[in-house]
Design a binder for this molecule. Structure first.
Ligand SMILES: [Cu+2]
Length: 112
């Protein structure tokens, strides 16, 4: 009985360890998983972008996690590489967070 209990605990630990590893990989793999959907991507349209300075201006819908209504505004970009392939007028879905006091796009997806 004691052995069985220890085994169960080990299995549970192993499972939670795995899901933790998966969630830590999330920012690296912005694929359409259940977790990504739960992070409430926001609809937007590219109005301006500057890959040199890492600035993007988006006309965006409500951003619940920033308590922000729809507007057009500039964002920092978490990684300038994220702007690769985007151009003015592109429809996007994105995730924004406050990073060091600045509204920063942390995820950016093209909408086809
Ligand atoms: Cu805004």
């Amino acid at each position: 009985m004691k052995t069985l209990t220890t085994l169960t605990a080990t299995v549970l630990l192993g499972t939670s360890g795995l899901s933790m590893a998966q969630s830590m990989q999330m920012p690296m793999k912005p694929t359409a998983s259940a977790s990504a959907a739960a992070m409430s991507l926001v609809n937007g349209e590219v109005r301006k972008l500057d890959p040199i300075t890492g600035l993007i201006v988006l006309r965006h819908g409500d951003i619940p996690n920033l308590a922000m209504p729809a507007m057009t505004m500039g964002f920092e970009i978490a990684d300038k590489k994220m702007l690769d392939g985007f151009k003015v007028g592109d429809k996007v879905r994105f995730q924004a967070e406050m990073v060091k006091g600045k509204a920063t796009v942390t995820e950016l997806h093209a909408v086809k």
